[in-house]
Design a protein around this ligand. Structure first.
Ligand SMILES: Cc1cc2nc3c(=O)[nH]c(=O)nc-3n(C[C@H](O)[C@H](O)[C@H](O)COP(=O)(O)O)c2cc1C
Length: 398
């Protein structure tokens, strides 16, 4: 059995917390980083202590919190030297300005200048401050030297006003950190990912569908983006947040719409990953008006388009990955699917096994290739997506 791969495991993250209203969210960010087995060391500015205590950050990180430039004369060199990545969340207009202007008058701003690795900043401020041309110029300047910005988002701000200035969601910041530390082994690759269920309508208000949430497909899309690919996500109905940095997002309802969207975008595509759960059957006819409940109902079904099979048959087709969601340990059915549909990889999972399958954040998969089968332990769908994309990269190279 192959081991799970945690992207941030043993990475040293240096987190700068500055004096903004979103400072309390740093605790959540630290917890999420620690969940991924990263080590987190916090540097607080003096202003941030008005918003959150160093004790909270120390308890969350399990590490000493730093703040004073002169407390240990070597901190401003040693802390950055040992870090894999620096993230400033929240990043105030003041800290952004200092960084862009090369000012180093406290521990955090000095560390930012002495660090030569990846830096992620998550600006957070009132929209008037954010829209100020000086702040925008400073952000442009930082972007031009490779500083990665995540957010801010539009929404209701702490002052009660609406506008752009709210710090990016912690999940977005996590995604940006992971992406900054990922190898870009899929850069310049065009990838289509399908996700979620399809809906097959009986009448204008009723449909048959399945329990797919889209979580696996969205995790695959995020993994592809992290690795530098241009991703088109074609999704059935899902409540999930659309991943950032997609090339395009196409929302579909029926299997036919999903098929059409895939084929419309197929030209020039290097890899297709069919993580969606299309409804395999659709009613033979869709009534134009709502079916009356007093009607005697006999529904005849037909098969929906088999998108995987159709792509598998193409000459010069892209690398093709399918999923086999089975009830029971039916690896045999997954192996047959690989051969019948002529895919390069089939990802098998037993949706009845605990923690696996629909609408949960974890999955237990086996990656089936022509001459190889790799079972994995129960892991998060993000980890499963990484394992799948490792197999794809190997397959491209081999
Ligand atoms: C109640 C209050 C809330 C503030 N919130 C923010 C904020 O969200 N973003 C920001 O850029 N500045 C904010 N400021 C201003 C900063 O705290 C101020 O610019 C400070 O000098 C920042 O210091 P630092 O960058 O060293 O942490 C706020 C100030 C106050 C009094």
């Amino acid at each position: 059995m192959k081991n799970r791969k945690k992207l941030l495991k043993n990475k040293n993250i240096l987190l700068g917390v500055t004096g903004g209203v979103a400072a309390y969210k740093a605790v959540d960010l630290i917890r999420r980083l620690k969940d991924e087995e990263a080590s987190v060391t916090v540097i607080m500015t003096d202003a941030s202590k008005n918003f959150i205590t160093s004790l909270s950050l120390e308890i969350a990180s399990g590490n000493r919190v730093y703040s004073d430039l002169f407390d240990n004369p070597m901190s401003h060199i040693n802390l950055p030297r040992n870090a894999d990545l620096m993230v400033v969340a929240p990043a105030t207009a003041n800290m952004i300005g200092k960084f862009a202007g090369g000012i180093a008058d406290d521990l955090l701003s000095t560390c930012l200048l002495s660090f030569n690795g990846k830096v992620v900043i998550a600006p957070s401020m009132n929209w008037r401050m954010y829209e100020n041309p000086i702040v925008q110029e400073n952000l442009e300047r930082l972007k031009s030297i490779g500083i990665v910005q995540v957010g801010p988002e539009k929404g209701t701000l702490a002052c009660g006003e609406e506008g752009v200035g709210r710090m990016a969601e912690v999940s977005e910041i996590m995604e940006t950190i992971k992406s900054s530390l990922s190898s870009k082994d899929l850069s310049k690759k065009k990838i289509i990912v399908t996700a979620g269920p399809t809906r097959e309508y009986l009448d204008p208000v009723r449909f048959i569908s399945n329990r797919s949430s889209g979580k696996m497909g969205y995790a695959v899309a995020r993994a592809c983006i992290r690795r530098g690919a241009d991703v088109i996500l074609i999704s059935g109905h899902s409540y999930l947040r659309t991943p950032g940095n997609l090339k395009s997002f196409i929302s579909v309802e029926t299997s036919q719409e999903m098929r059409d969207a895939v084929f419309k975008n197929l030209r020039g595509t290097d890899i297709v990953i069919m993580a969606a759960a299309p409804a395999d059957f659709s009613p033979e006819t869709k009534r134009k008006t709502k079916i009356d409940k007093m009607d005697k109902l006999n529904i005849h079904f037909k098969n929906t388009p088999d998108i995987l099979l159709e792509i598998g048959r193409l000459r010069n087709r892209p690398l093709l990955v399918g999923f086999a969601a089975e009830t029971g340990n039916r690896l045999d059915r997954a192996r047959t699917k690989l051969l019948q549909k002529k895919t390069d990889i089939i990802v098998f999972n037993d949706v009845t096994s605990p923690g696996s399958g629909f609408d949960v954040d974890t999955n237990r998969i086996t990656i089936i290739e022509k001459n190889k089968e790799t079972p994995f332990p129960l892991m998060t769908k993000d980890e499963a997506a990484e394992a799948i994309m490792d197999a794809v990269v190997n397959s491209l190279q081999g």
